[in-house]
Design a protein around this ligand. Structure first.
Ligand code: NAD
Length: 357
């Protein structure tokens, strides 16, 4: 695109990012910088040990650990956590974990003015977005509110080194999906495109390194750097067909979030490839492949990730139901939404077909 054709709006979102090995050690300083004295540490039961390290670093600045974070933030768990935080007079939340834990922090922040310090230990990117999701009666409702955007984010690669390799790969592919759709977003802008391409490059390099050696801290650092960039893109620009399909598949069929993103992404990119050629070039360049769609399929397969929806619990007979849900709500996408073509996309993703180059 020539500079003369370019027109965009760019609104930066305020968050403070502290990146680097050992940055968790700055937690007390960051809590004090927010003027807080009663930090509640949020985690899942599985990450209690990491939360304890944070509690020890905070000493008297912490009112304790709450380990009730759950996948997809059920409304009951949000209500319980809000009540717990209120009863302790919490004035800051330290969410240490992945998208589920940060999501619980957001659910509390939505109904209070309590700020979040996020310490992400996966690559999902929620820490950089004002997007929240809460599940009620099996339906996950999402919304945007700057109140839930974490004020401070501590990215410490040492903490993500414990993330199992398979989860690291699918979590990283989930992040790549944010950047890929950001590259053809309706409200995209050149700054986000720079971040998206660099984020994909960092994750592709980092994930290859993590698969070769899971505790390689250079590779972990590359992945977390990529996660920051890709999460920032998700927080700033709108998403399209890929995210809509994954939301439908996750919500209606309870498929695992990051795995679903990993499998669907190459097919969504194949769908959009003719409508968004510049985005495809940038993705292909970032992963070092001739084609974005086939290249990401190969990357996922070579890293040992699942490549077929049928391998993660999605049945052939579910295709029509998913199609109906996905088409029920019109949304923007660079290529027009055509029923026959989306059906074919879902079928290819179900079968695990490598997209044609
Ligand atoms: P997750 O937070 O559900 O974590 C999965 C499991 O991995 C948990 O048991 C967790 O404790 C464990 N874990 C996390 N980090 C670990 C580590 N370093 N070592 C060992 N175990 C670790 O997974 P996720 O993929 O990060 O988050 C998925 C959720 O986040 C979904 O609900 C998704 O919708 C949401 N999400 C939201 C946004 C947003 O902007 N609001 C963005 C991305 C994802």
């Amino acid at each position: 695109m020539s500079t003369a054709e370019r027109a965009f709006v760019y609104a930066a979102q305020p968050s403070r990012v502290v990146f680097g090995r050992g940055s968790l050690g700055r937690l007390a300083e960051e809590v004090k910088a927010l003027g807080s004295q009663k930090a509640l540490i949020l985690c899942t039961p599985a990450q209690r040990a990491q939360a304890q390290v944070a509690a020890d670093l905070l000493g008297d600045l912490s009112v304790g650990i709450y380990d009730g974070a759950q996948m997809h933030v059920p409304i009951e768990s949000a209500r319980k956590a809000r009540e717990h935080a209120r009863s302790l007079g919490t004035d800051c939340m330290v969410a240490i974990g992945g998208g589920s834990t940060i999501g619980l922090g957001k659910a509390i922040a939505l109904e209070s003015t309590v700020p979040i310090i996020a310490v992400p230990t996966t690559y999902a990117g929620s820490e950089m977005t004002p997007i929240y999701g809460i599940t009620e009666d099996k339906v996950k409702k999402t919304g945007r509110d700057l109140k839930v955007l974490p004020k401070t984010v501590l990215y410490d690669p040492d903490l993500s080194a414990t993330l199992p390799v398979r989860m690291s790969v699918v979590s990283g592919m989930n992040a790549i999906a944010h950047a890929a759709e950001g590259l053809y977003a309706k409200d995209g802008n050149p700054v986000m495109s720079l971040m998206a391409e660099e984020g994909i490059r960092a994750l592709a390099t980092g994930l290859r390194g993590v698969v070769a050696q899971s505790d390689d801290l250079t590779a972990r650092s590359d992945c977390l750097y990529g996660a920051w960039l890709c999460g920032t893109v998700l927080g700033h620009v709108g998403m399209a067909l890929h995210h809509k399909l994954c939301h439908t598949l996750g919500g209606t069929f309870n498929l695992p979030h990051a795995e679903t993103h990993t499998i669907v992404l190459p097919h969504a990119l194949a769908y959009n490839s003719k409508a968004a050629p510049e985005a495809m070039q940038r993705i292909a360049r970032a992963i070092g492949a001739p084609s974005a769609a086939a290249g990401l399929f190969d990357l996922a397969r070579d890293l040992g990730a699942p490549t077929a929806l049928r391998d993660i619990g999605f049945k052939e007979s579910d295709i029509e139901v998913a199609l109906a849900v996905a088409l029920s709500n019109p949304y923007w996408n660079p290529a027009p939404i055509v029923e026959r073509a989306v059906r074919e996309l879902l079928r290819n993703a179900w079968e695990g077909q490598r997209p044609a180059v």
